[in-house]
Design a protein around this ligand. Structure first.
Ligand code: ARG
Length: 246
Protein backbone atom coordinates (compact mmCIF):
# COMPACT_ATOMS: atom_id res chain seq x y z
CA UNK A 1 0.00 0.00 0.00
CA UNK A 2 1.02 3.56 -0.45
CA UNK A 3 2.55 3.03 -3.89
CA UNK A 4 1.31 5.10 -6.79
CA UNK A 5 -0.25 2.57 -9.14
CA UNK A 6 0.71 4.66 -12.16
CA UNK A 7 4.33 5.58 -11.51
CA UNK A 8 5.41 3.14 -8.82
CA UNK A 9 6.57 5.90 -6.50
CA UNK A 10 6.11 5.18 -2.83
CA UNK A 11 4.04 7.93 -1.30
CA UNK A 12 3.81 6.50 2.19
CA UNK A 13 0.19 6.12 3.16
CA UNK A 14 -1.19 8.83 0.92
CA UNK A 15 -2.21 6.57 -1.94
CA UNK A 16 -3.54 3.73 0.17
CA UNK A 17 -7.05 2.67 -0.69
CA UNK A 18 -7.51 5.11 -3.57
CA UNK A 19 -10.03 4.14 -6.20
CA UNK A 20 -7.22 3.10 -8.56
CA UNK A 21 -5.61 0.92 -5.93
CA UNK A 22 -8.87 -0.77 -4.93
CA UNK A 23 -9.57 -1.52 -8.60
CA UNK A 24 -6.06 -2.84 -9.14
CA UNK A 25 -6.31 -5.17 -6.16
CA UNK A 26 -9.78 -6.23 -7.31
CA UNK A 27 -11.43 -6.00 -3.91
CA UNK A 28 -12.89 -3.48 -1.54
CA UNK A 29 -11.97 -4.21 2.08
CA UNK A 30 -14.44 -3.02 4.68
CA UNK A 31 -14.26 -3.31 8.46
CA UNK A 32 -17.26 -3.98 10.65
CA UNK A 33 -18.26 -5.42 14.03
CA UNK A 34 -21.02 -7.95 13.40
CA UNK A 35 -23.07 -8.18 16.59
CA UNK A 36 -25.24 -5.31 15.38
CA UNK A 37 -28.39 -6.72 13.73
CA UNK A 38 -29.99 -5.88 11.33
CA UNK A 39 -27.02 -3.76 10.15
CA UNK A 40 -24.40 -6.52 10.44
CA UNK A 41 -24.62 -9.93 12.07
CA UNK A 42 -23.47 -13.49 11.51
CA UNK A 43 -26.23 -15.71 10.05
CA UNK A 44 -26.82 -19.51 10.36
CA UNK A 45 -24.35 -20.10 7.53
CA UNK A 46 -21.68 -18.17 9.35
CA UNK A 47 -21.81 -15.31 6.87
CA UNK A 48 -21.80 -11.64 7.81
CA UNK A 49 -25.01 -10.15 6.42
CA UNK A 50 -27.23 -7.12 6.95
CA UNK A 51 -28.29 -3.66 5.83
CA UNK A 52 -24.75 -2.22 5.97
CA UNK A 53 -23.34 -5.24 4.16
CA UNK A 54 -25.83 -4.77 1.33
CA UNK A 55 -24.75 -1.12 1.07
CA UNK A 56 -21.09 -2.22 1.00
CA UNK A 57 -21.94 -4.80 -1.69
CA UNK A 58 -23.51 -2.08 -3.79
CA UNK A 59 -20.37 0.09 -3.46
CA UNK A 60 -18.14 -2.87 -4.44
CA UNK A 61 -20.42 -3.70 -7.35
CA UNK A 62 -20.30 -0.11 -8.63
CA UNK A 63 -16.51 -0.28 -8.38
CA UNK A 64 -16.51 -3.60 -10.23
CA UNK A 65 -14.61 -5.40 -7.46
CA UNK A 66 -15.17 -8.15 -4.87
CA UNK A 67 -16.12 -7.32 -1.31
CA UNK A 68 -13.98 -8.50 1.60
CA UNK A 69 -15.32 -8.02 5.13
CA UNK A 70 -13.01 -7.83 8.13
CA UNK A 71 -14.59 -8.65 11.48
CA UNK A 72 -13.03 -6.32 14.07
CA UNK A 73 -13.85 -5.05 17.55
CA UNK A 74 -15.79 -1.78 17.22
CA UNK A 75 -13.09 0.28 18.93
CA UNK A 76 -10.46 -1.06 16.48
CA UNK A 77 -12.27 0.13 13.37
CA UNK A 78 -10.95 3.71 13.35
CA UNK A 79 -7.32 2.62 14.02
CA UNK A 80 -7.67 -0.02 11.24
CA UNK A 81 -8.88 2.62 8.79
CA UNK A 82 -6.14 5.05 9.76
CA UNK A 83 -3.45 2.40 9.30
CA UNK A 84 -4.78 1.27 5.88
CA UNK A 85 -5.96 -2.20 6.96
CA UNK A 86 -9.40 -1.40 5.60
CA UNK A 87 -10.76 0.97 2.93
CA UNK A 88 -14.06 1.77 4.63
CA UNK A 89 -15.84 1.44 7.96
CA UNK A 90 -19.40 0.24 7.39
CA UNK A 91 -20.62 -0.44 10.91
CA UNK A 92 -23.64 1.67 11.82
CA UNK A 93 -21.11 4.21 12.97
CA UNK A 94 -22.54 7.47 14.27
CA UNK A 95 -21.04 10.63 12.82
CA UNK A 96 -19.60 12.45 15.84
CA UNK A 97 -17.40 15.53 16.14
CA UNK A 98 -14.69 13.57 17.92
CA UNK A 99 -14.53 10.87 15.24
CA UNK A 100 -14.72 13.43 12.42
CA UNK A 101 -11.44 14.88 13.70
CA UNK A 102 -9.60 11.70 12.72
CA UNK A 103 -11.63 10.19 9.86
CA UNK A 104 -14.01 11.46 7.19
CA UNK A 105 -17.66 10.47 7.00
CA UNK A 106 -19.95 9.97 4.03
CA UNK A 107 -23.32 11.69 3.83
CA UNK A 108 -25.65 10.32 6.55
CA UNK A 109 -27.56 7.17 5.62
CA UNK A 110 -29.56 6.28 8.75
CA UNK A 111 -31.04 8.07 11.80
CA UNK A 112 -30.64 6.56 15.26
CA UNK A 113 -31.38 6.99 18.96
CA UNK A 114 -30.28 5.03 22.01
CA UNK A 115 -32.53 2.55 23.81
CA UNK A 116 -32.45 1.06 27.31
CA UNK A 117 -33.06 -2.69 27.34
CA UNK A 118 -33.96 -4.55 30.55
CA UNK A 119 -35.26 -7.99 31.57
CA UNK A 120 -38.94 -8.39 30.87
CA UNK A 121 -39.61 -10.28 34.13
CA UNK A 122 -37.70 -7.87 36.38
CA UNK A 123 -39.09 -4.89 38.27
CA UNK A 124 -36.52 -2.41 37.00
CA UNK A 125 -38.16 -0.43 34.17
CA UNK A 126 -36.15 2.80 33.68
CA UNK A 127 -37.94 5.56 31.78
CA UNK A 128 -35.01 7.92 31.32
CA UNK A 129 -31.21 7.90 31.43
CA UNK A 130 -31.06 9.25 35.01
CA UNK A 131 -32.95 6.17 36.21
CA UNK A 132 -29.70 4.27 35.55
CA UNK A 133 -28.01 6.11 38.43
CA UNK A 134 -26.52 3.62 40.85
CA UNK A 135 -27.27 0.72 38.47
CA UNK A 136 -25.12 -1.75 36.55
CA UNK A 137 -25.18 -1.15 32.82
CA UNK A 138 -23.57 -3.04 29.93
CA UNK A 139 -22.52 -1.27 26.71
CA UNK A 140 -20.30 -1.94 23.72
CA UNK A 141 -16.85 -0.47 24.21
CA UNK A 142 -16.31 2.80 22.37
CA UNK A 143 -19.89 3.28 21.14
CA UNK A 144 -22.11 6.30 21.55
CA UNK A 145 -24.10 4.19 24.06
CA UNK A 146 -20.89 3.89 26.08
CA UNK A 147 -20.47 7.71 25.95
CA UNK A 148 -24.06 8.42 26.99
CA UNK A 149 -23.95 6.01 29.94
CA UNK A 150 -20.50 7.23 31.01
CA UNK A 151 -22.04 10.66 31.68
CA UNK A 152 -24.41 9.28 34.32
CA UNK A 153 -23.36 9.66 37.92
CA UNK A 154 -22.62 6.65 40.10
CA UNK A 155 -23.33 4.20 37.33
CA UNK A 156 -21.29 1.01 37.12
CA UNK A 157 -20.46 0.24 33.49
CA UNK A 158 -19.30 -3.05 32.01
CA UNK A 159 -17.91 -2.54 28.52
CA UNK A 160 -18.09 -5.47 26.09
CA UNK A 161 -16.66 -5.92 22.63
CA UNK A 162 -19.69 -7.90 21.53
CA UNK A 163 -23.33 -6.99 22.10
CA UNK A 164 -24.08 -10.72 22.34
CA UNK A 165 -21.93 -10.79 25.51
CA UNK A 166 -23.64 -7.68 26.90
CA UNK A 167 -27.03 -9.40 26.52
CA UNK A 168 -25.72 -12.60 28.10
CA UNK A 169 -24.75 -10.49 31.10
CA UNK A 170 -28.27 -9.03 31.23
CA UNK A 171 -29.81 -12.48 30.96
CA UNK A 172 -27.57 -13.77 33.78
CA UNK A 173 -28.64 -10.82 35.94
CA UNK A 174 -25.12 -9.51 36.33
CA UNK A 175 -26.23 -6.15 34.92
CA UNK A 176 -29.54 -4.27 35.14
CA UNK A 177 -29.64 -2.87 31.61
CA UNK A 178 -27.98 -2.69 28.19
CA UNK A 179 -27.85 0.62 26.32
CA UNK A 180 -27.53 0.52 22.53
CA UNK A 181 -28.91 1.87 19.26
CA UNK A 182 -32.69 1.59 19.05
CA UNK A 183 -33.01 -0.33 15.77
CA UNK A 184 -30.52 -2.89 17.07
CA UNK A 185 -32.28 -3.07 20.45
CA UNK A 186 -35.47 -3.85 18.51
CA UNK A 187 -33.75 -6.69 16.67
CA UNK A 188 -32.45 -8.25 19.92
CA UNK A 189 -35.80 -7.89 21.70
CA UNK A 190 -37.57 -9.54 18.77
CA UNK A 191 -35.24 -12.54 18.90
CA UNK A 192 -35.15 -12.72 22.71
CA UNK A 193 -38.61 -11.89 24.13
CA UNK A 194 -37.19 -12.12 27.67
CA UNK A 195 -35.82 -8.59 27.07
CA UNK A 196 -37.82 -5.39 26.54
CA UNK A 197 -37.04 -1.81 25.59
CA UNK A 198 -38.04 0.28 28.60
CA UNK A 199 -37.04 3.70 27.19
CA UNK A 200 -35.72 5.41 24.07
CA UNK A 201 -33.35 8.33 24.52
CA UNK A 202 -33.50 10.92 21.78
CA UNK A 203 -29.84 11.31 20.83
CA UNK A 204 -30.49 12.34 17.21
CA UNK A 205 -27.59 10.30 15.78
CA UNK A 206 -26.83 9.75 12.11
CA UNK A 207 -24.78 6.93 10.66
CA UNK A 208 -22.06 7.53 8.10
CA UNK A 209 -19.53 5.38 6.26
CA UNK A 210 -15.99 6.04 7.48
CA UNK A 211 -13.30 6.94 4.95
CA UNK A 212 -9.65 7.70 5.63
CA UNK A 213 -9.04 11.42 6.07
CA UNK A 214 -8.00 13.03 2.82
CA UNK A 215 -9.13 10.15 0.58
CA UNK A 216 -11.63 12.45 -1.14
CA UNK A 217 -11.81 10.41 -4.33
CA UNK A 218 -13.14 7.38 -2.44
CA UNK A 219 -15.35 9.58 -0.26
CA UNK A 220 -16.93 11.19 -3.34
CA UNK A 221 -17.48 7.77 -4.87
CA UNK A 222 -19.18 6.43 -1.72
CA UNK A 223 -21.35 9.56 -1.55
CA UNK A 224 -22.41 9.18 -5.15
CA UNK A 225 -23.39 5.53 -4.61
CA UNK A 226 -25.38 6.48 -1.50
CA UNK A 227 -27.15 9.42 -3.10
CA UNK A 228 -28.08 7.28 -6.09
CA UNK A 229 -29.50 4.67 -3.73
CA UNK A 230 -31.67 7.34 -2.11
CA UNK A 231 -33.27 8.23 -5.44
CA UNK A 232 -36.61 6.71 -6.36
CA UNK A 233 -37.44 5.86 -9.99
CA UNK A 234 -39.58 9.02 -9.88
CA UNK A 235 -36.63 11.15 -8.71
CA UNK A 236 -34.59 9.73 -11.57
CA UNK A 237 -37.28 10.70 -14.08
CA UNK A 238 -37.43 14.24 -12.71
CA UNK A 239 -33.66 14.41 -12.98
CA UNK A 240 -33.74 13.07 -16.53
CA UNK A 241 -36.49 15.32 -17.88
CA UNK A 242 -36.04 18.52 -15.92
CA UNK A 243 -32.66 18.87 -14.26
CA UNK A 244 -30.45 17.34 -16.96
CA UNK A 245 -31.78 19.66 -19.65
CA UNK A 246 -30.61 22.69 -17.71
N1 ARG B 1 -23.93 3.84 16.47
C1 ARG B 1 -23.10 3.49 17.58
C2 ARG B 1 -21.76 4.20 17.48
O1 ARG B 1 -21.40 4.66 16.44
C3 ARG B 1 -22.90 2.01 17.72
C4 ARG B 1 -22.34 1.33 16.52
C5 ARG B 1 -21.95 -0.11 16.79
N2 ARG B 1 -21.74 -0.80 15.57
C6 ARG B 1 -21.37 -2.09 15.47
N3 ARG B 1 -21.28 -2.60 14.28
N4 ARG B 1 -21.13 -2.81 16.54
O2 ARG B 1 -21.03 4.30 18.41
Amino acid sequence: MGRCVYCGTNYGAIFAGTLAEIKERGKLIIGTEPTFPPFEYVNENNEIVGFDIDIAKKIAEELGVELEILNLPFDSLIPALMSDKIDLIVAGMTITEERAKVIDFSIPYFNANQAIVVREDGNFKPEKLEDLMGKKVAVQLGTTGDLVVSEIEKVSITRFQKFTDAFLELQNKRVDAVVLDEAVANAYVKTFPKFIISAVIDTGEKYGIGVKKGNTELLDFVNSVLSNMFKSPYDLLVEKWFEETK
